[in-house]
Design a protein around this ligand. Structure first.
Ligand SMILES: [Zn+2]
Length: 459
């Protein structure tokens, strides 16, 4: 008992240490390129913000500059944020978190961490969690850079200024005057008034919990002129391993064993997985089992099928989609998806739960728990992994949680259309955090002899 107790304490300390970590640890991402306002957006009085000497300078009529760039799809729940700040005399500014873009006025959503070293009209000084935990003494001076460090973890917010902790607040403490709930959102920098000049630089975030294993993007295509050499270099830069897939099916570049073999030759010796994306339902008839078995894995989606009226639909092509009755369409889609997962030699179901544009807005209503469970059970029974797709931001969190509960494995995929949309798996990473997924929840390509094609019984 005693021994277990000691171990449990050690585990808690270890977890706390990694969660509250510090400088020099992995997982930090920059939100500001030092040169431009790319990834940032201001509404009214946007001219208040300029970039000079590697910093964002706020000076002018009241305006807020919101982060709207690609990192985590600009949606942060738990994180550490560090910003280097410098004020001029008599200036007011601030850093918001859990906020959302708005056209004008003071941000209505989220929390402000105050920046004010000598703006006398407001007694709340730098580091205040504005209106909730107020700091009334001046900690740093004007005309020097200091670091504002904000940590949001669970219900707790910790603010440090130049390494000195000034706020430690747990949401739910009712001493706060403003009852804003911790939720999620983006960051914003404040331009307070024409008399204030505040500079912000080295804006970096560390989304929590840190994903401490190497991610694999198993859905990469050499499309739009992207070469294998560029893809390999890109994977190295992103510290991600790629799986490169050849689209195989009627109307696609590969329609035979010859095509598969040519692709294998092209990728020979490259540090990537080699994959087949089956297209339409005919793909299995075009290539041999022997050729398929030479690939690391095979995947497909349920975006191409023939409906009960004999119409072949590609769900991403609006004029090929026929939805007379939404419920009936959904039942058909679920039936098709289950059949694909059950009958095709696939290791991964990709672009999962995709709906055509005409009904995509009703995703959460149409994908009922019963429908989701039919697909999840099929995936479980046939050991088919489910992709968390960053291009379409699919499937929903609800679907992922059902998969997790049933022990279905996941993969990450961008499904790029060319050179420019190979991303950093932002949706996948966000879902990993929000759904509490670990390395063990993820599929890794299986060795020869243990793949879906090896179990496959051709119908
Ligand atoms: Zn694809």
């Amino acid at each position: 008992m005693a021994k277990n107790g000691v171990l449990a304490v050690a585990a808690v300390l270890l977890a706390a240490g990694s969660a509250w970590g510090g400088e020099g640890e992995q997982g930090w991402v920059s939100l500001f390129d030092g040169k431009s306002l790319r990834g940032w957006k201001a509404g009214a009085n946007a001219g208040t913000f300029k970039v000079a000497d590697g910093a964002i300078v706020a000076n002018g009529p009241t305006s807020h500059l919101f982060y709207t760039g690609p990192v985590e799809n600009a949606l942060f729940t738990e994180f550490e944020l560090k910003v280097d700040v410098m004020t001029r005399e008599g200036s007011n500014g601030g850093i918001y978190f859990h906020t959302a873009y708005q056209e004008s006025g003071w941000p209505g959503k989220g929390f402000e961490v105050q920046v004010n070293n000598s703006y006398t009209a407001d007694p709340l000084k730098t580091g205040s969690l504005y209106g909730i935990r107020d700091v009334r003494q001046t900690i740093v001076g004007d005309d020097v850079w200091f670091t504002q460090h904000i940590i949001v973890r669970g219900n707790r917010v910790v603010v440090s200024v130049d390494g000195k902790q000034v706020v430690d607040w747990t949401a739910g403490d009712d001493r706060g005057r403003r009852r804003r709930a911790l939720s999620n959102g983006t960051f914003a920098l404040q331009g307070h008034d024409p008399g204030s000049t505040v500079c912000y630089r080295n804006i970096r975030v560390r989304p929590l919990p840190v994903i401490d294993w190497k991610l694999e993007d198993l859905h990469v295509h050499l499309k739009g002129g992207l070469t294998i050499e560029e893809a390999v270099a890109d994977a190295q830069r992103r510290a991600v391993k790629f799986g490169v897939a050849l689209n195989c099916g009627v109307g696609f570049p590969c329609q035979s064993d010859e095509g598969l073999h040519g692709f294998l030759r092209e990728l020979d010796g490259q540090p990537v997985y080699k994959a087949i994306q089956g297209e339409g339902r005919e793909w299995m008839t075009l290539v041999s089992r022997e050729a398929m078995a030479k690939f690391d894995y095979i995947f497909t989606d349920s975006m191409t099928w023939t409906d009960d009226q004999g119409r072949r639909m590609r769900l991403w092509m609006p004029d090929e989609v026929f939805v007379n009755d939404k419920q009936q369409f959904m039942d058909m889609l679920v039936e098709q998806t289950v059949a694909i997962i059950s009958n095709e030699p696939i290791d991964i179901y990709v672009n999962p739960t995709f709906l055509p544009a005409v009904i995509a807005g009703e995703y959460d209503i149409l994908w009922t728990p019963e429908r989701m469970m039919k697909v999840v059970r099929a995936a479980k029974e046939h050991q088919v992994a489910v992709e968390i797709n960053s291009r379409f931001m699919l499937p929903s969190k609800a679907f992922i949680l059902l998969c997790k509960a049933e022990g279905v494995k996941f993969t990450c995929g961008t499904n790029n259309g060319g050179r420019d949309d190979l991303g950093d798996l932002e949706y996948s990473k966000r879902m990993i955090r929000e759904c509490g997924l670990t390395k063990e929840n993820f599929f890794t390509p299986r060795p020869a002899g243990q793949r879906a094609v090896d179990r496959w019984k051709r119908q």
